[in-house]
Design a protein around this ligand. Structure first.
Ligand code: FES
Length: 184
């Protein structure tokens, strides 16, 4: 009985300093959580950034000097380099495109991918048409559909001009549909 009373007395004596320690420990805990949360924001952004970034080409690819194409009378093939970012992976690849003109004489750049099933469509000098080697689809010099199984003409790509250089934004489009639809 006497021991218990001594213990209770000791508890009563140490109570103010223990409460101070508990308060400081709680304050330290809350402070640590706050600082950890603050520091983790840039880390999380750094870790997730490549995943939430778009995976298509980021900037236009040079096709050539404008003067190279203004006097051309039939489609001119050029190989462009495209840079694509997919998650953490950056890839550089080459694609063939055709610089041609629309019926107003304005330059346009066509992808060389057939909108039917994706074969590469070459320009046929003799027939003066694009002729797809896979299923015989044919397209006019401006890329519009002439015949064959494709439901639309060859897709045009977005272009811009910088310091006299023709730039193109390469994209992929859905096949087997009549409307042009970007897929990447
Ligand atoms: S892939 Fe070109 S016509 Fe079929």
């Amino acid at each position: 009985m006497t021991g218990k009373t001594d213990l209770q007395n000791a508890d009563a004596r140490s109570s103010p300093s223990e409460s101070r320690r508990s308060f400081l420990a709680a304050l330290l805990g809350v402070g640590s959580v706050f600082i950890a949360a603050l520091l983790s924001v840039p880390l999380i952004r750094f870790a997730l950034f490549p995943l939430i970034r778009r995976t298509t080409q980021l900037k236009g690819s040079p096709v050539g000097d404008l003067s190279e194409f203004t006097s051309s009378i039939e489609p001119v093939m050029r190989t462009i380099q495209i840079e694509q970012v997919d998650g953490w992976r950056k890839a550089i690849s080459e694609k063939a495109v055709y610089v041609t003109k629309d019926n107003q004489g304005q330059l346009r750049v066509l992808t060389s991918i057939c909108p039917h099933l994706g074969c590469t469509v070459p320009w046929n000098k003799e027939k003066k048409q694009f002729v797809c080697p896979c299923h015989g689809g044919t397209f006019a010099p401006d890329g519009s559909r002439v015949s064959g199984p494709s439901l639309r003409g060859i897709d045009t790509l977005e272009t811009s001009v910088e310091n006299g250089q023709l730039l193109v934004q390469f994209q992929y489009f859905r096949q087997l549909v009549s409307d042009k639809e970007v897929i990447g």
